[in-house]
Design a protein around this ligand. Structure first.
Ligand code: N1C
Length: 240
């Protein structure tokens, strides 16, 4: 039992791959290309599913690299029309509501973001199957797991493609609305191109006093990252 536990499929501390992963990817891809964005360039969902699987199947689940996802991302780069991007951090649902209401787009409105949203996946060397029992946890096992690296590389490409004015929805009910260790803080903000303008929207829970504001130290830190890249910055407090 000891040996099975530590060398077997159950050894990681995170949830296993989502059941029916391949089927979900294929179905979401068909829905996205046929119903959600039928006007978009025609995409081959079978090729996209296969490229997704080849990125991680049979590989050490703790040795993901950005390059593993190159062919997948080349089939469907996460770009949106100029000036329509919305980033978020710790405000996922709210950010999606804002984006929808204003006809703006989050990463989950691009094909790959839509396909992977909420799913978990990892493989196992020597096997052509997904590990449905456990996958590496970011904290307890390894940071270079396939799910984390996927969101990092996709977010990087999403941020690099930003132009004109883009927005970020941040949580002003946390002590630090801007978290420099989050994907927004580590990957997206530092990859915005010069001349882009970032507008931060600080939202906070109604009924509670806001914990952080545009004049707080976490937002000053964000501003200094952006100043170094020549990205213009505006911040709006007190959105509910
Ligand atoms: O670490 P975060 O937020 O700052 O990441 C959010 C940021 C957004 O602007 C997105 O463009 O990065 C992008 N992004 C996703 O779109 C996404 N969908 C699902 C990053 N992560 C995403 N996920 C999962 O949520 C993923 O597993 C990642 O680790 C969390 C990040 O949530 P967060 O800390 O609220």
């Amino acid at each position: 039992i000891y040996k099975w536990h530590y060398s077997g499929l159950n050894r990681w501390h995170g949830a296993g791959s989502t059941a029916d992963f391949q089927k979900i990817i294929q179905e979401r891809c068909d829905t996205y290309t046929q119903t959600i964005r039928p006007g978009s360039r025609s995409r081959n969902c079978q090729a996209i599913r296969q490229a997704f699987m080849s990125a991680f199947i049979s590989k050490d689940p703790c040795k993901a690299t950005k390059e593993d996802y190159n062919s997948l991302i080349n089939l469907a780069p996460p770009t949106v029309p100029c000036g329509q991007q919305v980033f978020w951090s710790k405000t996922k649902e709210l950010a999606h509501e804002y984006a929808k209401r204003r006809r703006l787009m989050t990463l989950e409105d691009t094909l790959l973001g839509y396909l992977a949203d909420g799913l978990s996946w990892c493989g196992e060397p020597g096997s052509s199957d997904l590990n449905i029992w456990s996958c590496p946890d970011w904290r307890k096992d390894c940071r270079t797991n396939y799910v984390s690296v996927f969101w990092e590389v996709l977010s990087e490409r999403f941020a690099e493609s930003a132009c004109n004015t883009v927005r970020v929805v941040l949580n002003g009910s946390l002590e630090n609305a801007f978290d420099s260790m989050s994907i927004f803080g580590r990957v997206e903000a530092p990859n915005l191109r010069p001349q882009v303008e970032l507008e931060a929207w600080l939202v906070h829970d109604t009924g509670k006093p806001p914990s952080d504001s545009c004049s707080g130290s976490s937002i000053r830190k964000l501003k200094s990252i952006l100043d170094g890249r020549n990205v213009k910055f505006r911040c709006m407090d007190n959105l509910r």
